[in-house]
Ligand binder design. Sequence first.
Ligand SMILES: C[S@@+](CC[C@H](N)C(=O)[O-])C[C@H]1O[C@@H](n2cnc3c(N)ncnc32)[C@H](O)[C@@H]1O
Ligand code: SF4
Ligand code: SF4
Length: 339
Amino acid sequence: MKLPKLDNTSLLYNLRDSKNLFLSRFNLISIDTITLMLSDRCNLRCRMCDMWEKEKFGYSDLSLAIIKKILISSDVKRVRYLSLTGGEPFLREDIANIYALIRSLHPRCRVTISSNGVLTGKIIKFFSGANNPRNISLEISMHGITSHDHMTQSKGSLRQSEQTIGEIQKRFPKLKLSVKFVITPWNYNEIEKTFDYCQERGLPLIVKMIENVKSYTNSIRYEENTKQKIFSFTEDQLQDILCFLNRVNNNKGVNRYFIEYLVGSLQGKPINKQCLVSRKSLFFNANGDIYNCRNFEPIGNIKEGDVTLHITGYKNRICRQQRDSSICQKCVALPRFLI
Ligand SMILES: C[S@@+](CC[C@H](N)C(=O)[O-])C[C@H]1O[C@@H](n2cnc3c(N)ncnc32)[C@H](O)[C@@H]1O
Ligand code: SF4
Ligand code: SF4
């Protein structure tokens, strides 16, 4: 099947990237985007993610004291975007305190919470008490309107997420709510139906290809060759995904650039580009490990030394140099696509 030709609207990215490359060379970047993995505990057992399997070896929470240590750092004083993720962030009993701390130190930053949506009561309670709810976004994962429970290996998880979505829309109609769908070999044929479901409810759908990121969602299975096949698609599956992405991507401006690479990488073409992900971002794992990019080694651990020490340190400089100087084949970055 011949795919429609896509425009290359990369100018915006090239300009932004050149500026970042310049600043990065001279270590002049102040952090504007932070992701905090609040916990690696989870109440679901998703097939594409092995977070829940870590419980066999013990789990970690990013403590309130460590979160404060991160947020008071002079290097993050200009933070504009702060994402809370997990594991399941709503398993944290102190999530309201974490949010209050964020608001006291960074009153204007946009907070995004990624959740599986299962803990309806806790989620509603959190938003009922949250200060400045207009500046929070909530992303609820739904991996297919019939395949979701199969994906999460948890019966009733779809019904519960739908209930949360309904309650949020009813009680907090101004909250920025989106649905997140990870495309895998098990649910690729449900993207369209899930897209229609979201359209009917006025919800944006964020789609993301399954990734094999050792430092994050796949630290255990990554090692097992037998399970690698969950990360690969057959030709027919790829054609279906590509047709859908091209169809919904019609006339959507800069997203085309991302889709162009995504399409190419799914077809096995080399990803011929420099990294497009902002150098101004940091990811903090639940065990305190700090990543400049999660496909590279951590640049340090926040339990040992402060943010400044790590971002000015040798490991971060090496990581940045690798990102800046070479064509990175490790991911298609941008990592997701908002429909
Ligand atoms: C690790 S989860 C944490 C938040 C929450 N538990 C949830 O599922 O939304 C964050 C996001 O990563 C996605 N994810 C999990 N495993 C993935 C993988 N192997 N590749 C790409 N995305 C993945 C999830 O679907 C979710 O949207
Ligand atoms: S994707 Fe989210 S809900 Fe699913 S197992 Fe991983 S952390 Fe849990
Ligand atoms: S893997 Fe490579 S392209 Fe992807 S975010 Fe990291 S440095 Fe950028």
